[in-house]
Design a protein around this ligand. Structure first.
Ligand SMILES: Cc1cc2nc3c(=O)[nH]c(=O)nc-3n(C[C@H](O)[C@H](O)[C@H](O)COP(=O)(O)OP(=O)(O)OC[C@H]3O[C@@H](n4cnc5c(N)ncnc54)[C@H](O)[C@@H]3O)c2cc1C
Length: 469
């Protein structure tokens, strides 16, 4: 270990022997592994990597291959009061896996078996299954999960449930919580629990909810059962140019009110239309909407008719949608801008239709008002009959400390969201970046959550500090 680098928690020799005996080479305290698991995609932690500074390191990393091994690791940690951090793909953008108290990072990626039950239309997957691999497997059998986050290639099914993730096709298929039928998890003292995958059940409070969005603080999800859908027989690509953001959003609201559910709906404000669709002259200075309607051809055909009846704007054909399909996994801005000293990030929030435009305008203005901001813009990418998710992007070149500027933008964004009746997170979760605002968002619910945490995790060992718990 290099000079000046400390892990927050020493593992007693007896526990080290037990874990080495259990996992052999799948347990490591090597510097390279500790450094690799000290961060995720949280921009603050990526800055640490660029600077070569590692304020928080784990004490060890474990790669279990089955639920029994996860149980043994967690049991050993419990008996020795060692913190534990579940780690999926490490694609979280809010520092959710950062091991701030030291302890053991448990990487689930070696747990990757998949079993499809075609009659029940249910897929069983171990927590470490990679998102792209699962979708490719289902497609090969004629199915889809309908969950395609932009991080598909670098995230896991366990991480999806733990962060309450949602994908690009969510307006039709919903978020991961709508697909989750059952799960198996290892509890903080090492026992395992299975919430069975019934089509529906009315047997008391829904225990799945304890783990959906739990971000590793209540235990480790080791297996999930998810609903599958038939792969779409028909896929219709539609795009429109509107005169204003409000006009385009209003069109989408009317479509959803009538019961149509295009899978993909993305409406870009003027700034983002210029940035992403500069090659389409007709869109310049206007607002681009791209849509995909898909499913059984008869249903998709009917939904297309509703879209065409309700959308007020100029139709632009398939090309803008094809362009989006080709570029939708590209996130080069973050890696290109950051080394140049440009602070860059995205913030997603949700809001009811009645407050949507007010929140959008207030938030863009608030982020632009922070000294050093170059631009702040948004698109809307997940829609409901009740409201919408805005996905804001900001970039700035601050004169002073980049981290101070970054936190200032986040702070005005969170405050403005709460003041305008929105929720501070639509799908990225809370992690360490949003934790100081969770109390305000949940109000009395935060005290309840703290009590649940103390009851379930009496020693406070599961991802301590995450979400402010
Ligand atoms: C380029 C990019 C694009 C993204 N696009 C999207 C998007 O479209 N939609 C979206 O929702 N998110 C998106 N994200 C955010 C991120 O990918 C999601 O939050 C994803 O669900 C995290 O999964 P993961 O396996 O990488 O989890 P990790 O980052 O490893 O962990 C995230 C949190 O979940 C906990 N956790 C992980 N696995 C388990 C488990 N098995 N049991 C208990 N707790 C666990 C961790 O402790 C941590 O708190 C994006 C991120 C990036 C970098």
């Amino acid at each position: 270990m290099g000079a000046g680098v400390e892990t927050g928690c020493a593992i007693p020799p007896g526990a080290l022997d037990r874990l080495r005996g259990l996992l052999g080479e799948r347990f490591s305290t090597a510097d390279a592994d500790l450094f690799s698991y000290s961060h995720d995609y949280w921009p603050i932690s990526l800055q640490w990597v660029l600077k070569g500074s590692f304020p928080w390191l784990p004490s060890a990393v474990a790669w279990p291959e089955n639920t029994l091994e996860v149980q043994e690791i967690v049991k050993t940690a419990y008996e020795n009061s060692i913190p534990v951090y579940a780690f999926g793909g490490g694609s979280g953008v809010l520092g959710g896996t950062v091991p701030e108290k030291g302890g053991i990072v448990v990487d689930l990626k070696r747990m990757r078996s998949i079993r499809l039950n075609e009659e029940d239309m249910v897929v069983e997957a171990e927590a470490g299954v990679n998102g792209y691999y699962l979708e490719k497997y289902l497609n090969s059998k004629g199915y889809t999960l309908g969950h395609i986050p932009q991080s598909l290639y670098v995230s896991t099914v366990g991480g999806w449930v733990a962060t309450k993730a949602t994908g690009q096709f969510s307006t039709k298929y919903g978020g991961i919580e709508n697909m989750l039928l059952g799960l198996e998890a290892v509890l903080p003292w090492g026992d395992s629990v299975t919430v069975k995958p019934h089509p529906r059940t009315s047997t008391g409070p829904d225990l799945r909810s304890l783990f959906v969005g739990s971000e590793g603080v209540f235990g480790i999800i080791t297996r999930v059962w998810l609903k599958t859908c038939l792969a779409p027989g028909e896929r219709i690509l539609l795009s429109y140019v509107s005169e204003s953001f409000q006009e385009a959003l209003e069109s989408v609201r009317r479509i959803l009110r009538r019961g149509a559910r295009p899978a993909v709906v993305r409406v870009y404000d003027e700034t983002e239309t210029k940035r992403h669709f500069y090659m389409f002259e007709e869109a310049y200075g206007r607002v681009m909407t791209v849509m995909i309607v898909e499913g059984d051809s008869r249903i998709a055909g009917a939904e297309r008719m509703i879209v065409e009846e309700e959308f007020r704007g100029r139709m632009l054909g398939e090309e803008p949608v094809k362009h989006w399909l080709e570029t939708r996994f590209t996130v080069k801005e973050a890696s290109e801008f950051t080394p140049l000293g440009v602070v860059f990030d995205t913030i997603e929030v949700s809001v009811a239709w009645s407050r949507a435009m007010l929140l959008y305008r207030s938030l863009v203005e608030a982020m632009r008002s922070v000294k050093g901001t170059l631009f702040a813009s948004a698109h809307a990418s997940h829609f409901y009959p009740q409201g919408v998710c805005f996905y804001f992007t900001f970039a700035g070149v601050p004169k002073g400390d980049p981290e101070k500027y970054y936190n200032e933008v986040w702070s005005v964004a969170m405050k403005t969201t709460i003041e305008n009746g929105g929720s501070i997170s639509h799908h990225h979760g809370v992690g360490r970046q949003r934790r100081s605002w969770l109390k305000e968002e949940l109000d009395a619910g935060f005290q309840l959550l703290k009590k649940v945490k103390t009851a379930v995790d009496d020693k406070g060992l599961m991802n301590p500090g995450n979400m402010g718990l």
